[in-house]
Structure formats: structure tokens, C-alpha cells
Design a protein around this ligand. Structure first.
Ligand SMILES: Nc1ncnc2c1ncn2[C@@H]1O[C@H](COP(=O)(O)OP(=O)(O)O)[C@@H](O)[C@H]1O
Ligand SMILES: [Mg+2]
Length: 269
């Protein structure tokens, strides 16, 4: 197991947001966390990424206790996350945003920022990720001026630029069109293969995406794991379908991922 949580409990004052949550992610897995609003999905991601310390229970990454370790230290160990709030640095360009991620991966702190332009490793690393994510032609655009789909891509790309072994994504496709969602997922999966990311854990609402891409689905409900199983079993679990997914949102069995529209701009080829 690369990432493992056992008996995780998280209290906000009196309120119990996570209650006895256990899960394990193995190398090679693509796992989705689903659940209604307030189920505790974001809290769980924050606990798994060391942003929040659990009130009880353990969280281990590569056999190391990472409770409350914080995202910077965790990125050094090989776990990266994307943030729901994008862009993180609205006044930076696409390339500068990715350079900042590469600089942080290389562990050179902010000193290097002054000489960013001269550093080939940073330049090339950032450009490589920009191209991998179809943002090469927009490298000089300001992050804040990108269309929503590209903002999401830049957010995910920044996490990839850290070259993590595992990546955690909180709703990577929220607020973008269905066509753009599929583009983002296709890029995510192919970029993971190229860079050699060992596992992906995402929170996702769109059931076409969840059922189209996941090896395993974890359904959260009121802070507890209601089910943890491959898509075919989740589909057959009446409780999960009724309480978490909603029958009308369940994609038809065997239906492929939503059709991928031609990627915008220079993404092709
Ligand atoms: N900082 C906080 N303080 C108090 N309650 C919180 C805090 N963050 C989240 N909650 C509550 O915990 C529950 C789970 O929240 P969250 O993890 O954001 O759920 P989800 O991402 O599944 O929508 C919700 O009821 C939410 O109101
Ligand atoms: Mg959330």
C-alpha cells in the first residue's frame, strides 16, 4: 500500500466530520471518492495530505506517519495535491506558475525565483509539463485570464510538476463543461503514465467520469465509508445508488467514458 488511513476521526468542535474512516491505496490504482455535500470528502483529502491532523486514527504514506505533516513536506516525500481554488497565483503566467512548482520540487526555495529565467532545468521542466497538459501555446498567458477548463488543467499540471508518486485531486473537473471534463481526464491519465505517477485519488461529482475512469470507488456518507469497491459492485449496491449517487445519475452499465472532443488549441498531436 502506498497510502493508508486507519480509523480516522475528525472533529470540528463537537461535530464529527469523519468517523472511523479506513482506506488504502495501492500502487497503480485510480480511486474516486464520492459522496453528497458535507459527507467529509474535502476533510478526508485534507487529512490524507497532512493539512489537517486527525482527531484519532492513523495516516501513513509509504509506511510513514504523515499526520499533520503539511503539504510542503509531503510534496517532498512524493505526494502532491491540486487545490480547488485556482489559480493559486493569478498574476503569474502559465509558465511562471509551473516554474514555481518545479522550483519547489527541486527544493531550492525562493532564492531561485530571482534567477528563474536563467535556470535551464526549471525552464525545461516547466515547459515539458505545460506541453504535456496542452498549455504550451498559452505559456505566456496570465493564469487568471485562462478559460475555466485551462485553469483546472494548470492547477492539475502544477501538482504534476512536483513529480509526485501519488496525486490527490479535489474535484479536478468542477465548473467545467462535460467536453472539457473528458479532455482533462484524458490528459490526466496520459500525463500520469508519462511521468510515472503511481496512484491517483480524486474527489469527483460527475458519475460519468467516476465510472469511466476509476478502478475503485469509495462512497462517503455522513463521515463514514458506506462502500469501497470496484465500479461494477458500486453500481449493484442499492444503498450507495440511492443514498449517494442518485438513480438518475448512474451511467448505464458498460457505457464508455464520455466522448472526448478534439482538445482545444495545440493539444492535438
Ligand atoms: N473548518 C470547519 N469547521 C467546522 N465544520 C466544518 C469545517 N470544515 C467542514 N466542516 C463541516 O464538516 C462537514 C464535512 O465537510 P467537507 O469535508 O467540506 O464535506 P464535502 O467536501 O464532502 O462537501 C460539513 O458538514 C461541513 O460543514
Ligand atoms: Mg468538498
Amino acid at each position: 500500500m502506498i497510502l493508508q488511513a486507519e480509523g480516522v476521526r475528525k472533529l470540528y468542535g463537537e461535530f464529527c466530520a469523519l468517523d472511523g474512516v479506513s482506506l488504502a491505496i495501492a500502487p497503480g490504482e485510480f480511486v474516486s471518492i464520492i459522496g453528497p455535500n458535507g459527507a467529509g470528502k474535502s476533510t478526508l483529502i485534507n487529512v490524507l495530505t497532512g493539512v489537517l491532523r486527525p482527531s484519532a486514527g492513523t495516516v501513513r504514506f509509504k509506511e510513514r506517519d504523515i499526520r499533520g505533516i503539511g503539504p510542503v513536506a509531503l510534496a517532498r516525500l512524493g505526494m502532491a495535491r491540486s487545490f480547488q481554488l485556482v489559480p493559486i497565483f493569478p498574476d503569474l503566467t502559465v509558465l511562471e506558475t509551473l516554474q514555481a512548482a518545479v522550483v519547489s520540487r527541486l527544493g531550492r526555495g525562493t532564492r531561485l525565483f530571482a534567477s528563474l529565467r536563467g535556470d535551464r532545468e526549471v525552464q525545461e521542466g516547466a515547459l515539458e509539463v505545460a506541453e504535456l497538459f496542452g498549455l504550451g501555446g498559452k505559456q505566456h498567458a496570465l493564469a487568471k485570464e485562462l478559460p475555466q477548463g485551462d485553469k483546472k488543467l494548470l492547477d492539475v499540471a502544477s501538482a504534476f510538476a512536483l513529480r509526485p508518486e501519488i496525486i490527490l485531486l479535489d474535484e479536478p473537473t468542477s465548473g467545467v463543461s462535460t467536453a472539457d471534463k473528458t479532455v482533462i481526464m484524458e490528459i490526466l491519465v496520459s500525463a500520469s503514465r508519462r511521468i510515472g505517477i503511481r496512484a491517483i485519488l480524486q474527489v469527483e461529482h460527475d458519475m460519468d467520469i467516476v465510472f469511466g475512469y476509476s478502478d475503485r470507488i469509495i462512497a462517503l456518507h455522513q463521515g463514514r465509508v458506506l462502500a469501497d469497491a470496484p465500479p461494477a459492485e458500486i453500481r449493484a449496491d442499492a444503498r450507495v445508488v440511492d443514498m449517494v449517487i442518485g438513480r438518475r445519475h448512474l451511467p448505464r452499465a458498460g457505457s464508455p467514458p464520455p466522448p472526448s472532443s478534439p482538445p482545444a488549441g495545440e493539444r492535438a498531436g
